[in-house]
Design a binder for this molecule. Structure first.
Ligand code: NAG
Ligand code: NAG
Ligand code: NAG
Ligand code: NAG
Ligand code: NAG
Length: 449
């Protein structure tokens, strides 16, 4: 009963707040309606058609659920049994890290930035076996839709929406995500889920439905031909699997996740993956060549202006990563035993050992399948077949950047990312010779727990 009143009260408060934000709201919803109406002729009487017909309602609901936090309108949440929340200071309970109502499920969130080997580390969990439901960058859809709308291209708003979409997905509720998939799914079926093939559970039975026509040619999963993705089936498959993992490069600040980590229906473990920022820059200059044109010009010997936007962006990225890690490493109560920092370089040197540590941290048994995958993919001599390839000789790859980044750019990174590098144990170099001398390690041995 108390809960009902609380929810009612929160909704009232939320409505008042939303009233204030109605400017943003109406402009966002206009954008959404513009996007959705030409693509969508509503045909079904399902709640889904309501949702797309009325963009403002969708956004209103979304913001409502955001503001109402865990008391929001996730259907799966209300179906679960309410359990008393233990509010006392029992450390032994905290230490065990168990959550009463998650039913032994673990929810792993792999946080990274691009070019830190997160696809590779994501595979450690994707390959776990049939008890794992893994999603690769679901927030891609949210970012794509919202950052084009100026009013929602706001870190605070975006972070809240990211958190809610993750929360939905951890509860096997795809509806918060569905609102951001474009074109909008028809009857919860979409051919457009970003990198579906990177998720084994989305390409396996029973989520892989037979291809009806060859029109669906481009919806194939890597290993088999599947029809467009039925999100209802995906949700059912998710519920049937014991553990859930999501990899994302889009969450910038760890503290924005506090309500998610504290959700009593979830048992969240956050793994933050970091890498030497000099290596990240070198790798991005290759992978995102056109975006990094400015850096490439500087690499040709141009002077790097102190206050250039690119340099500021680099500094901003480094600062966000460091601040998130500082929150995690300071072991606040809400994150205790739920946060792990992992360096890409350590995974590259000791993949099996690090994978074991990560599994131990999550409380999920390290499966023979995962072990086998790691063995196969860290010992291969085969050259990388593409920039997103995870089949690389990892220890060799981890050092390659030292020969591709010009010393002057390494210096720029060291200047703006110094505190971040210091925190993670990446040694600065003072001359080009040291940078390219393979017998000099740029890595300090560190333990982060
Ligand atoms: C859409 O929702 C708004 C309130 O959010 C309402 O005022 C409007 O009448 C609705 N439009 C349609 C077409 O249902
Ligand atoms: C982002 O939105 C929040 C809440 O609406 C607001 O307080 C903040 O000033 C905005 N930030 C920027 C940079 O616009
Ligand atoms: C998607 O899967 C659900 C659950 O099996 C099913 O009821 C529904 O008809 C499917 N949707 C389509 C469009 O095939
Ligand atoms: C991977 O690279 C390292 C460093 O160059 C080398 O010592 C090792 O033999 C390579 N492993 C394989 C299987 O090629
Ligand atoms: C590389 O570093 C090692 C160890 O500091 C040093 O002995 C060696 O002379 C260096 N090599 C070059 C080419 O500078």
């Amino acid at each position: 009963m108390k809960t009902k009143y609380a929810i009612f009260f929160i909704c009232i408060v939320a409505l008042v707040i939303i009233e204030k934000e109605s400017n943003i709201l109406s402009r966002v919803s206009d954008k959404l309606i513009q996007r959705q109406t030409p693509l969508q002729t509503p045909q079904t009487p399902l709640d889904y058609s309501n949702m797309t017909q009325n963009g403002s309602l969708t956004v209103l609901k979304m913001l409502l659920s955001k503001l109402a936090g865990a008391a929001g309108n996730y259907s799966s949440l209300s179906e679960e049994e309410e359990e008393e929340q233990d509010d006392d200071d029992d450390d032994s309970l905290e230490e065990s890290g168990e959550r009463g109502s998650s039913g032994g499920r673990k929810h792993i969130l792999l946080l990274a930035t691009t070019r830190t080997g997160s696809s590779f580390v994501g595979e450690f969990f994707n390959q776990h076996g049939e008890n794992m439901f893994y999603l690769f960058e679901p927030l891609w859809h949210v970012e794509r839709m919202l950052t084009t709308v100026a009013d929602t291209n706001n870190g605070t708003v975006l972070a809240g929406i990211y958190r809610d979409v993750i929360q939905g997905l951890f509860l096997c509720d795809f509806s918060p995500l569905e609102k951001f998939i474009s074109p909008p799914p028809q009857d919860h079926v979409t051919p457009s889920l970003f990198r579906r093939e990177s998720s084994i559970s989305l390409c396996d039975e029973p989520v892989c439905t037979p291809v009806v026509k060859d029109v669906f040619e481009r919806y194939h999963c890597k290993t088999r031909r599947c029809g467009p993705l039925n999100l209802t089936l995906a949700s059912e498959s998710c519920r049937a699997k014991q553990h859930h993992a999501i990899k994302t490069v889009r969450v910038r600040q760890l503290e924005t996740l506090q309500p998610l980590v504290e959700d009593p229906h979830l048992d969240v473990r956050v793994i933050q993956l970091v890498r030497d920022p000099r290596a990240i820059l070198a790798s991005r200059m290759v992978a995102f060549s056109s975006k990094y044109q400015t850096w490439k010009t500087w690499a040709q010997g141009g002077q790097v202006p102190e206050d250039d936007e690119e340099v500021k962006r680099l500094k901003g990225n480094c600062d966000h990563i460091r601040m998130s890690a500082e929150v995690g490493l300071s072991r606040p109560r809400w994150l205790r035993n739920r946060y792990m920092l992992v360096r890409y370089e350590d995974i590259a040197r000791y993949p099996m050992q690090k994978a074991e540590e990560m599994y131990r941290f999550t409380g999920i048994p390290f499966s023979p399948q995962a072990r086998e995958w790691i063995l196969k993919n860290t010992q291969t001599t085969q050259e990388a077949s593409g920039i997103y390839s995870t089949q690389k000789n990892s220890s060799e790859q981890a050092e390659k950047w030292r020969f591709s980044i010009p010393f002057t750019l390494a210096q720029v990174v060291q200047r703006v990312c110094g505190p971040t590098m210091e925190l993670f144990g990446y040694k600065l170099v003072t001359d080009e010779k040291t940078l390219t001398n393979k017998s000099v390690s740029l890595l300090e041995e560190r333990r982060f727990q």
